[in-house]
Design a protein around this ligand. Structure first.
Ligand SMILES: Cc1cc2nc3c(=O)[nH]c(=O)nc-3n(C[C@H](O)[C@H](O)[C@H](O)COP(=O)(O)O)c2cc1C
Length: 246
């Protein structure tokens, strides 16, 4: 378990090549991950070319990992392939709806994390890019995604150039509930977040952003209500166009 305990996100990659052989082995091995009804409701678009990465970068707000990493993977929820197979086999595919989207997003997320776990085990460094959710329509446009295929996770991948930064986690008691969900008291919530608030990097973020505390860094700077509402509107509109919502 040690490798899982010490893993870190890697945002800087060396020039060393990631061979097609290794990448394909990782992508194939990750397919052994559990999948809804064994339908494999996911696809992965591999971006390796300089041109492809440059075209994709603005959709990720130009996060430098996109052009710096040797490989960028966009894992998509995909009900297109399965629906087409059903149609070709005279089977009535009813997968253009919300619950099918939920299944395909779960499948794609599990596949993505399996790729990350296997890649990290091989010594590669990875970073998820949450910008894929904000700019899904642009990502879909750049990658030419058809209906019933939506991007879920973007992963940059390469041999690490740096160690990555140390990060903290909540204590286990915050996450685990015995038999039934226990809604913690206000005092307990503050206790559970105390370690996070005292983590040196987080103290730095509060200071740098001129905020009173760490919670305000999240609400006022990193994940604001205004941005969340704006991107929610875009996402819902996009999911309708992609054929998952009526
Ligand atoms: C869904 C998701 C979205 C993320 N988006 C980004 C991102 O856009 N940019 C980035 O640098 N890191 C991103 N990360 C990485 C997280 O910042 C990182 O996992 C977290 O800070 C904990 O650090 P660790 O993975 O090194 O433990 C993302 C991770 C996840 C799971």
């Amino acid at each position: 378990m040690n490798s899982f305990k010490t893993r870190r996100t890697i945002r800087k990659y060396s020039d060393r090549e990631v061979s097609n052989e290794l990448l394909n082995e990782i992508l194939a091995t990750a397919m052994r991950a559990p999948t809804c009804g064994n339908m494999q409701l996911y696809s992965v678009v591999v971006t390796r070319s300089e041109e492809g990465k440059k075209t994709l970068a603005p959709a990720h707000f130009n996060q430098p990992m996109v052009t710096q990493a040797p490989v960028v993977l966009t894992v998509c929820a995909d009900f297109n392939r399965f629906t087409r197979w059903c149609s070709l086999r005279n089977a009535d595919a009813g997968y253009d709806n919300f619950i099918s989207l939920v299944s395909a997003v779960a499948d794609a997320s599990i596949y993505a994390q399996q790729i990350v776990a296997i890649a990290e085990q091989q010594g590669l460094g990875t970073c998820y890019l949450g910008t894929v959710a904000y700019n899904a329509p642009q990502v879909a446009d750049v990658l030419g995604l058809p209906s019933l295929v939506v991007p879920v996770a973007c992963i940059t991948l390469g041999w690490p150039e740096s160690e990555g930064e140390e990060t903290e986690r909540l204590p286990l008691e915050a996450i685990v509930h015995e038999e039934k969900y226990r809604e913690d008291s206000d005092e307990r919530i503050l206790e559970l977040f105390a370690e996070k608030e005292a983590f040196p990097a987080n103290i730095g973020y509060v200071r740098e952003n001129g905020k009173e505390n760490l919670a305000q860094v999240f609400t006022d700077v990193r994940y604001t209500r205004q941005a969340n509402e704006h991107f929610s509107g875009i996402a819902l509109d996009y999911l309708r166009k992609a054929g998952f919502l009526k």
